[in-house]
Design a protein around this ligand. Sequence first.
Ligand code: RM4
Ligand code: MN
Ligand code: MN
Length: 426
Amino acid sequence: MQLNKDQILSENNRFQRSHQDYFNFLSDQLDNQDKDVNGILRKLANFQVAIPSWALGAGGTRFGRFGFFGEPASLEQKIEDVGVLHSLTKTAGAISLHIPWDIPQDYNAIKELANANDLVFDAVNSNTFQDQKNAKESYRFGSLSNLNASVREQAVQHNIDVIKIGEKLGSKSLTVWLADGANFAGQRNFQSALTHTENSLKNIYSALPEDWKMFIEYKPYEPNFYSTVIQDWGTSFMLANACGEKAYTLVDLGHHLPNTNIEQIVSTLMLKGKLGGFHFNDSKYGDDDSTVGSVKPYALFLIFNELVYGMENNPQNPDLAWMIDASHNIKDPLEDLLQSLEAIQEAYAKALLVDQEELQAAQSRNDVTLCQEILQNAYRTDVRPLLAQARALSGGAIDPLKSYRSLRIREGLIKERGMNSVATGL
Ligand code: RM4
Ligand code: MN
Ligand code: MN
């Protein structure tokens, strides 16, 4: 299924008048505050977030999985789904593949299809948290950290194979997330686990093409519930430094213990030029896979405030790889992703409204009340008309979710794919 421009234009006609009223009102207000509305619109239009290939089907939990009708049953169909998201929002211009869940069969055809949907291939993700069919070794007791050298070699080789797949698609980065750790106290020697992991990562790093980056994720628990080898940003940072300049830390919002100050982590990493990628989701407890911005929108705004500060003030930090990492169990995955994309853009737009100079001046006077006011004034601005305007200017939908429903996209997908199609992934 591919949406055409006319479908979106005729949808937009329905919303045009009221959108224009809201937009004019907001843009006058922002003009009066000396904000560069066109500059903000340009930044919003340029902000592209990758969609992971495993987020397009319904996710599961260890208690079960409720499939969602019309799920994409092949990589081709997943690309088409991301194409739909991108046509509506113009902010989802990339797909991130998980190997081996989504190994392309015909590379040229896959690249052509992505191209026809105006998509590029973002980071490729390796998987050493599940045993693969016919694999010689098992990851039951770890992969890159395993005590057994031949398990480590298999895991390293898998990552190198993933890089090769990514090269054929035009990806420029590898994301490594390790499930390695221990379920029970005393199960593993922490130091040997970390040492093996560092050496294995260095082996992967040495196979990285010149113009590639390697992103190292961290996560405090799950699937191991006593310890995780790369448990926090500090461990990831240390490993990235040990590997070299093409290795970076990746922050996944769901990979923190409750109340962790993620904005401060972001800020520290950007200052050190070591924040490479970012996975969006939201959570109440842990890696909950909730829709971005649905539980802690103010925290998301504070994080974006640091990201914007870093993007403007830290040339030592490269452009970031943005991705949504969520896979929900009960919602229509495409609707969930539309809501997430909206929340990301909303937090970004609000952060762009923060007057950094005024904030700095208030900070230097230790005017704590004003510092808070500056942030909260930006946060309390309803920026949704800016998002809609940026989308409409790029040929996207004024109201993606409403149009998704009125164009009966899910119904169309069910017609094409049937009620019982199953997506690979979680
Ligand atoms: C992990 C991590 C990785 C993702 C897998 C599916 O918790 O967030 O980024 O590849 O889940
Ligand atoms: Mn992640
Ligand atoms: Mn995760």
